[in-house]
Design a protein around this ligand. Structure first.
Ligand SMILES: [Zn+2]
Length: 583
């Protein structure tokens, strides 16, 4: 067991939540994303980093640029010339502003007098402009916190920003994006690094998640994601981007902690050693190699690490160090590296090849070497060398991608030179909006309200946490028992959909209207949902039912009830039958 207090674990989380506004943040396009594959048109761009106000070019931005990428964008019906960056943005969406102000108020944050829209440089292509528009809506103070079982977690900043484009694929130097998601309002909420335990991180994120759900936010896969900053004593700040599976957040953190602790061990081992690297091009040696990865490649580079044989076998979290280093090459589109700490037999080398390679690079028994090939192997090698030279210094600060519950290198940490004011849009006076803000009911409050409407405790809790909550609240307008509505949405609909029967909103409304007008009874709900028609399931009118009960009572005596239900089960209400029989 890791003693998280002792290792000085510090975690900060940034939560990104998409808002369910009608339109996007700076244009009138819908925020609904369709599953449409086919785009309306496409175009390509190359982006260049520009110096910020302070004259520096951001490191991370520069690194992206060096990858010489071309970006291809696909446009969809919910995109206009604002997403394609050929028109000035409209003014900021007030519906989105009000939602973000609601959250600021719920978290007892300080709201600035005016809203200044800023441009945050992003040149990974996820934005056609080369920047993301963002604005500070709330600042946390000592009263802005979430209580957890491990102590308070203070809220830092709340920003309202535009969602990025969706990356579809990456091929050679081209990255492909869909533009339909670009510009959807997004809330970015960050906390102070008060979190010191993986379970606490999960508790905090789920509490914020619940709070967000009481606001008008999008639900479902990808609509909420977390960036997690993790560091341990003697380590450095690592930022993990875009984690989506809240249930596994503790696992992700535990793995990252292990990786950092392992890297600290590697550092201790190398403490008194100098790292001596030699790079040599060895392309010609593998012209007709039996190793498919290297055979006839245009460029193959070799790196010799003097006296460091065995280094790559050290563990680095859940993987070995060799694999961790190889992951740095991946950002240049290179699949991996070959190194002498692994079993070289699996690559089908000729023994002679290895011999002449060792001779060429002057490798001794205790030296470690690695090979790399690919279009961008020069850049990849530079990054790998930089990373290896850092091994005896500790953990480099960096941004990493989450891959399930593991992480891999993404890019350098962005510097502070990322923001400058948006000049196309005016400041917004926030004081006039603040008075208009009404706090929404929290999910606990909603759940208590549903309990009063006759739902069971479980059902009330279930529906208030469900993504069908909005639908349920809308359907309360029907004069139908609320618990029946909840059951219809949560259980009946899902059960049928599991059987492959598609149930749309209008089908549910059809059932509810018929229940309201007493044209069908509860027991017929499922059939009516399937048939989308009440034929054969119409409720038997009371006068007719009365006659039936009189006749059946005469004929069957004690067994009348059973017989009636056998014949008219889905067309009569059993309580009504009992009443009539008892008359
Ligand atoms: Zn638009």
């Amino acid at each position: 067991m890791v003693d998280y207090k002792k290792i000085g674990l510090k975690i900060g989380i940034e939560i990104h939540q998409r808002l369910a506004t009608k339109t996007k943040l700076f244009c009138n396009c819908s925020t609904e994303i369709s599953d449409e594959e086919k785009s309306i048109f496409e175009f390509s761009r190359k982006l260049r980093p520009t110096a910020s106000e302070t004259g520096e070019v951001d490191n991370a931005a520069m690194q992206e640029f060096l990858k010489e990428k071309e970006f291809i964008y696909y446009s969809y019906p919910n995109c206009c010339s604002i997403e394609t960056d050929s028109k000035f943005p409209n003014e900021l969406n007030k519906e989105a502003l009000l939602i973000s102000l609601q959250l600021a108020k719920m978290l007892r944050m300080r709201v600035p007098d005016s809203l200044q829209i800023m441009r945050k440089i992003v040149i990974d292509g996820s934005n056609t402009t080369g920047y993301q528009r963002t604005s500070l809506v709330g600042k946390g103070d000592k009263n802005s916190y979430i209580e957890t079982n491990f102590g308070k977690v203070h809220i830092q900043d709340l920003n309202l920003e535009e969602e990025s484009a969706t990356k579809i694929k990456e091929k050679e130097n081209r990255i492909y994006y869909r533009l339909d998601r670009l510009g959807i309002p997004l809330i970015e909420l960050s906390c102070h690094p008060d979190i010191w335990h993986p379970e606490q991180a999960k508790e905090f994120a789920s509490k914020i998640g619940l709070l967000l759900r009481s606001l008008n936010v999008k639900r479902g896969i990808g609509t909420i994601r977390q960036d997690v900053n993790i560091s341990v004593k003697k380590g450095s700040r690592i930022e993990i981007k875009g984690f989506q599976e809240l249930k596994k957040l503790d696992k992700l953190i535990k793995n990252e902690v292990k990786r950092q602790l392992d890297l600290i061990l590697v550092k201790e081992k190398l403490k008194n050693k100098s790292i001596n690297l030699t790079e040599i091009e060895v392309t010609k040696l593998f012209k007709s190699s039996k190793c498919k990865i290297l055979k006839g490649k245009e460029k193959i580079l070799c790196l010799k690490l003097k006296g460091l044989s065995g280094l790559f076998k050290n563990s680095c979290g859940e993987i070995i160090l060799g694999k961790e280093i190889a992951n740095y090459a991946k950002i240049f589109g290179i699949g991996g590296i070959i190194h002498s700490d692994e079993d070289l037999k699996k690559y089908n080398f000729d023994l002679k090849e290895i011999y002449s390679l060792k001779k060429e690079i002057g490798a001794k028994e205790r030296d470690l070497f690695l090979l790399i090939t690919g279009e961008n192997c020069g850049n990849a090698m530079n990054l790998i060398k930089k990373r290896i030279l850092h091994l005896n210094k500790g953990i480099p600060e960096e941004t990493r991608f989450a891959e399930d519950v593991l992480t891999r290198y993404a890019r350098e940490l962005p510097g502070a030179a990322r923001m400058y004011p948006e000049t196309d849009l005016p400041k917004i006076d926030l004081n006039e909006y603040l008075d208009k803000i009404e706090l929404p009911e929290t999910l606990e409050e909603k759940s208590a309200k549903f309990l009063k409407l006759g739902l069971s405790k479980d059902l009330a809790k279930q529906i208030s946490k469900s993504k069908e909550l909005k639908l349920f609240e809308e359907f309360l307008k029907y004069k139908v028992e609320p618990k029946l509505i909840a059951d219809l949405i949560l259980n009946k609909k899902r059960a049928l959909e599991r059987k492959g029967i598609k149930i749309e909103k209008k089908d549910l409304e059809f059932v509810l209207k018929n229940l309201e007008k007493e044209k069908i009874v509860k027991k017929a709900i499922e059939e009516v949902l399937i048939n989308k028609n009440i034929k054969g399931f119409e409720k038997i009118p009371r006068i007719k039912l009365k006659k039936i009960t009189v006749n059946y009572a005469k004929k069957y005596g004690e067994k009348a009830m059973g017989e009636i239900m056998k014949k008219y089960g889905k067309r009569v209400d059993s309580e009504e039958v009992i009443k009539l029989l008892n008359q």
